[in-house]
Write a protein that binds this ligand. Structure first.
Ligand code: NAP
Ligand code: MG
Length: 499
């Protein structure tokens, strides 16, 4: 009889995790087929009507998955922005601003329900215009946008409880500018609290993603929202600057890059305008050696590859405890080998198209810098479609804090891995960034989660999960990730005066 030790020594050693998976098997294509009901041309939405831009100019919106044209979009100039603010001020003075909260609630509930009714159509339009996988726009963006309207509709007749002991009043007209990564959801985050509080709105969506915003204008019409309560002006950066700088705006709310946020803050310094800024991020996702590693790997993948990494709170820096670093890296490589990259309209696609050619160029340049600075790159050998803007999921190991890929926001499907030995080192490395929007912690110990959530300078800290959102939960940044909160009671406080 062999001894136990002998038995152990003859047992074949476990294959390294890298060898467990073979090639990816192929599914048949499963394209989503719902009709997005697109119009060939979209005008501005001012005073409850679709109106042509005064200049008569339009620009083209394309589908980043195949570079084909989707629609013409109106280019708003300063005159159009003036008209939108005049309509919003009129609505504030005569209808929306004077309406009791319980009446406003009815309209906001109606918007939420109409959006639910047209959810599939909106999901397809969002995917065509922005490039994100249909399973995300269908299961996340559109339902979450509807949830934001439902949640804020529920607040509209209970505003006395927003700041107990104080009276709240709307500010007036608010100007809002949003980015392209969650076009409909960012729109909902911006307009739902503003409307619940009794403000009226002028909003500019991003240049590459206007369509779901203008489709929502159709819903606002169908809901019978008083004309001028919400106005949409489409265009490029200059249109955004005109919206942010307009003298009628009592408050401006911006979501976008830290770079543009700083330009806006400089231009508004010394004015009376209230401001909230939701800016960039470089989140640390921190994995300790006692974490359930398979679960953590799913969280890491979701944290950085969700929506092609076009996520301000993406877990773009993985800080992994040294004893498990090799195992986590091997598991991650296996996992990303089986991610499906390609047609965003296919229900099996995990990683869709990068939103624009310009963004693709920025991602590629930062990835090149990572290679040049000596980090080790891994990309699966997946085939990319011939047309459209695509980027392979990418993992860098051997990254140090001085590398650009560890410091700058990449806003693409690129993960930088750093290691740590102690809790304090993890905290120090996580906080060693100009940003502070979010962080993730993976560990079995509740006490460690509590310590980390206190010490991490980030607006959101997820524990043993990542990228979880809820309208009741405030979201926002520290440091160069901005100020102000969106969602929850705190988000409403940013849209009112207290008396
Ligand atoms: P961006 O370049 O800053 O653009 C954001 C918006 O600002 C767009 O609508 C843009 O219009 C407009 N804009 C450009 N120049 C302007 C100016 N001078 N004045 C006023 N508006 C101007 O950002 P992005 O590339 O679209 O979005 C990615 C960034 O957004 C990332 O940094 C990400 O982290 C951040 N983000 C933050 C959050 C958050 O909650 N903290 C959420 C989502 C995204 P055009 O599109 O026409 O250029
Ligand atoms: Mg587009």
């Amino acid at each position: 009889m062999p001894t136990l030790a002998e038995k152990k020594s003859t047992r074949p050693s476990r294959p390294a995790p890298e060898l467990i998976f073979g090639d990816l098997w192929e599914f048949d294509p499963a394209p989503e087929t719902a009709d997005p009901k697109l119009k060939p041309r979209y005008d501005l939405f001012i005073g409850g009507e679709f109106v042509a831009p005064k200049s008569g100019k339009y620009f083209t919106s394309i589908n980043p998955a195949d570079e084909l044209k989707l629609a013409d979009i109106a280019l708003a100039g300063r005159d159009d922005v003036d008209a939108a603010y005049a309509a919003a001020q009129r609505a504030f003075d005569t209808t929306w601003g004077r309406m009791p909260g319980r009446e406003r609630a009815k309209y906001i509930f109606r918007i939420a329900r109409l959006l639910q009714d047209r959810a599939r159509e909106f999901a397809v339009a969002e995917t065509l215009d922005g490039g994100k996988p249909i399973k995300e726009s269908r299961d996340f963006d559109v339902p979450m946008a509807a949830a934001h309207f439902f949640y804020h509709a529920g607040w509209a007749d209970k505003l006395d409880y927003v700041a107990p002991g104080r009276r709240v009043a709307p500010l007036g007209v608010v100007g809002q500018v949003i980015p392209w990564n969650f076009p409909l959801l960012m729109l909902a985050w911006k307009i739902a609290p503003a409307l619940a509080m009794g403000n009226t709105v002028v909003l500019k969506p991003a240049e590459t993603t206007n369509i779901t915003c203008l489709k929502l204008a159709e819903i606002l019409q169908d809901a019978g929202l008083p004309p001028g309560t919400v106005n949409f002006v489409t265009g490029a950066g200059e249109t955004g600057a005109a919206v942010m700088g307009h003298s009628t705006a009592a408050k401006v709310a911006f979501t976008g890059s830290t770079e543009v946020g700083k330009i806006i803050m400089r231009s508004l310094a010394g004015t009376e305008k209230k401001m909230t800024m939701e800016l960039g991020g470089k989140a640390a996702n921190i994995v300790f050696d006692d974490a359930p590693l398979d679960q953590a790997v799913e969280g890491i993948v979701n944290g950085i590859f969700f929506n092609q990494g076009h996520v301000c709170c993406a877990g773009s820096r993985l800080l992994v405890h040294e004893p498990v670093a090799d195992r986590v890296l091997a598991k991650l490589k296996n996992r990303i080998r089986v991610l499906r990259v390609g047609d965003p309209m296919d229900k099996n696609t995990d990683i869709g198209a990068i939103n624009s050619k310009e963004q693709l160029g920025k991602i590629a340049a930062l990835v090149d810098s990572g290679v040049k600075e000596g980090a080790e790159m891994f990309q699966p050998a997946c085939k990319l479609p011939a047309k459209g803007y695509y980027f392979r999921p990418t993992i860098f190991s051997g990254v140090s804090m001085s590398h650009r890929i560890a410091r700058e926001e990449i806003f693409g499907p690129v993960l930088s891995i750093l290691t740590f030995r102690t809790v304090d080192e993890a905290i120090e490395k996580a906080n060693n960034t100009a940003y502070g929007l979010s962080a993730g912690v993976w560990t079995d110990k509740g006490s460690r989660i509590l310590k980390m959530s206190v010490e991490l300078k980030a607006g959101v800290v997820w524990a043993n999960t990542y990228n979880k959102f809820d309208p009741t939960s405030p979201f926002g940044g520290y440091k160069e990730s901005g100020f102000g909160r969106e969602g929850g009671r705190q988000g409403l406080l940013d849209y009112c005066k207290l008396a």
